[in-house]
Each structure stands twice: as C-alpha cells, then as structure tokens.
Design a protein around this ligand. Structure first.
Ligand SMILES: [Zn+2]
Length: 411
C-alpha cells in the first residue's frame, strides 16, 4: 500500500497526519518503554486493558477515514484495506476473519512482540502477551469493516513474546465505547517559533519529509531503518496510555506520580536519542544532506528538521550551550490531547518533548560523531540522570509555544 496519498501535514506547519488523524514515526524503544511504564504503573492485566482500549479508540477514526479514502466498498474490501494499512504503517502483518459479531485474527511479525523478543527474549521470560496495539487494531478493523456501531474487543490468545509460534486473537462483542480523539480538524496552522537557523531547518525538513513519507512496511510489515523498528501509530494512542498511567497512579499512590512522569520522559529521551541519532548516522542522511555536522548548533538544527519530519512537532532551538538547551515548539503531538480531550488540565505533560529535548542536547554536545561505536554504547554512557528538563510553557493551556528548558542537574 502506498501511504503517500494519505499522509501529509495535518495543517501547514503542524503535525503529520494519516487519513486526517495525527500520527508519529516512532521507534521501538519508545513503544516498548511506554508498554513497560504502563504495566509497571497498573500491573500487566490493567495495563493490557488500558493499552488495548486506547489502541482500539485510536485506530477507529483512522481506519474509518482510510477505508473511505481508499473507496473500499464491501466488508471484505474494507478488511483488506485495514490489514494493508496496518502492514504499511510498520505494525506487522494481520489476517482478520471477522464480522460485526466478532471473529479471529492471526498476526505475523507483530511489532511489539517482535521488538520485545529481539530486545529482551534472550534474557527475560515473559508470561503475558505483548501486542495490545494489534489487539486494538483487530477489534477496530472488524468494527469499521462491518460498519457496525456495536463495540468489539480483542484478546491476544497466543503471542510470540511468550514463545508461541505466532500471535492469535479472539474478537468478541464488548469492551468500552471510544472517547473523543484528536483529529486534524482540531489542530491550528502553526508557523515555527523563532529559533536558531529556522530557514535552514525548513529547507532540510522539506527534503527529509520527501524521504520519511515514503517509509512503509517491508514484506514482514516492519520498517527496519536507522537501527530501530519504526512505525506510524496514531498519536492518540501514546497520549491516552501516558495519561491513563499517570491518572491511575495519582488515584492510588500520588507520591509516585513524579516517578511515572520520569519514565514517560525517559521514553522520549531514549526514543529521540536513538531515532534522531540513527537518522544522522545513516547512509540516507549522507546521500540527502552530506556528512554529519560537527558544530553543536548545526547538530541541533539537523535534529529539529528530523523531528519535524517524523511528526514530533515544529521544534525550534531557542538557545543551546554546553550544559543548557531551550527547545520550543509551535506544535507538538502531546498538547492537543490535553486541550481537546482533557480540557486544559495538564500544562506540564509534554513528557515526550521533555525527553526529546534532553536527547537533543546530548546529541549536539556529548556524542562523538567521528566514532562509529553503536549509539547504544553512547546512550549507556549517559545513564546517570545528568539533566533536569522543565516545561515552562504549554500549548495545552493557550501559550504560544510549548517550551522545555534542559539544564545540568545540580550535583
Ligand atoms: Zn503477540
């Protein structure tokens, strides 16, 4: 499936959209750590339910709009279109046999199970399934294909992450009706905020977008690039599970909220470090742009251009020194969720952006780009939490930008 007809900026200068729903090109580090954070906060049973239901709600509007756009008329055509979209967005391959009453699904190379097995399978034993995003997709696809108002829910009955030969799902009536989701229509046009080298970033961004918009699943339905697995999930998913985890902890053990927020920030830190760094290191970058820049301002500008093309948001660097960075965004994928779904109740919760700001400072000031050692080694060297990231402004509460200040943690 060629996604280029369906993908594009949601609004000029704003986020990336697929079939009118904001999406982000996300790496598997972010996805796995987000899963783990939710399960740590809620336990794996409630964690699974939160992730499965968030995925169902997030896929529903995306699939409904995509099948209309693709002119899939019959239930079978709509099921096939949904499966193709799942594959093309880097989530693996799903074969669905389902109607408005439910059914079954089988998955191969599903992203979370595959990435978990690759990352941890040798060292850890897992006893619960990993593919909540695929389960939510399966129930949403069955609902969209049958054009039914009846809510469906899917359980993963076997998973490769628990040593099954393939992932299987049972889809049945039930589950929770989906809540409000963020759509392109909820987003405003956004001129990038003033920052270092904004004109150069805009030009780089245009070149990179042509490249990233063409990234699609291979024969397995996976996008393996820049030393990570990339996928293009709806941003509503990550936002719903992040806030769901924080809400659950706030209700149960409020003192632990900063711990969960720190883990969510770490998702952004780890994910942005590996993805932005991986793109800079790649032959594709060299072919498109040239050698990796060496000056910290130039690396920071390059990272902003890459971040924009991935759908993180319209990032600009206002200030960068050896131990300090101010990152601003006139659009980012977290704040619309607060504004639209939660009505301005989360002014400092752009956790991914906070972590990405730390990654950007490390990539610009700490990584030795003349070395060819794996970026994982460089990241491990920064394991000590050396930085404090403070969000001082937020689009969620009507500020003109979201602003994150990163400074060295006082020793
Ligand atoms: Zn699985």
């Amino acid at each position: 499936m060629d996604l280029s007809d369906l993908t594009g900026p949601c609004r000029p200068g704003a986020l990336e959209c697929l079939a009118g729903v904001p999406v982000v090109l996300q790496d598997h580090h972010t996805g796995l750590l987000l899963d783990q954070t939710v399960d740590d906060a809620l336990g794996h049973e409630l964690g699974w339910e939160l992730r499965r239901d968030a995925a169902h709600a997030a896929w529903l509007p995306l699939l409904a709009r995509a099948v209309e756009h693709l002119r899939a008329h019959t239930p079978v055509e709509r099921l096939i279109a949904c499966q193709d979209l799942f594959w093309a967005t880097g989530h693996g391959r799903m074969a669905l046999d389902a109607t408005a009453d439910g059914g079954t699904a089988e998955g191969e190379f599903l992203l979370h199970g595959t990435a978990w097995t690759r990352a941890y399978g040798q060292r850890l034993r897992r006893h619960h399934p990993a593919d909540a995003v695929a389960a939510g997709f399966a129930s949403a696809a069955a609902q969209v294909a049958s054009r039914s108002d009846r809510t469906l829910v899917a359980e993963e009955t076997a998973c490769v992450a628990t040593h099954a030969s393939r992932c299987t799902f049972r889809i049945v009536p039930g589950g929770v009706p989906s809540g409000r989701q963020v759509l392109a229509a909820d987003l405003a046009e956004a001129e990038p905020a003033p920052g270092i080298g904004n004109e150069a970033i805009a030009s780089l961004h245009a070149d990179l977008r042509r490249f990233t918009s063409g990234l699609a699943g291979d024969h397995r339905g996976l996008i393996e690039a820049f030393d990570v697995f990339l996928s293009r999930p709806p941003t509503n998913y990550a936002n719903a599970v992040a806030h769901g985890a924080v809400d659950a902890i706030r209700a149960r053990s409020p003192a632990l909220v900063p711990v969960v927020e720190g883990l969510l920030r770490e998702c952004g830190h780890r994910g942005a470090f590996h993805t932005l760094g991986g793109v800079l290191r790649s032959p594709e970058w060299t072919a498109l742009v040239g050698p990796i820049p060496r000056e910290r301002e130039a690396v920071a500008m390059a990272c902003c251009a890459i971040a924009r093309s991935l759908g993180y948001g319209a990032y600009s660097v206002e200030e960068i020194g050896d131990d300090r960075l101010v990152l601003v965004a006139s659009a980012e994928f977290e704040s619309p969720w607060c504004r639209v779904v939660r009505a301005d109740r989360c002014p400092t919760s752009s956790w991914f952006m906070q972590g990405a700001a730390i990654a950007l400072l490390e990539l610009a000031t700490r990584v030795d780009w003349s070395s060819t050692a794996p970026l994982t080694d460089a990241f491990a060297a920064f394991a000590e939490p050396a930085w404090v990231a403070r969000q001082t402004e937020s689009l969620a509460v009507g500020d003109a930008v979201s602003r994150v200040v990163v400074e060295r943690r006082p020793s």
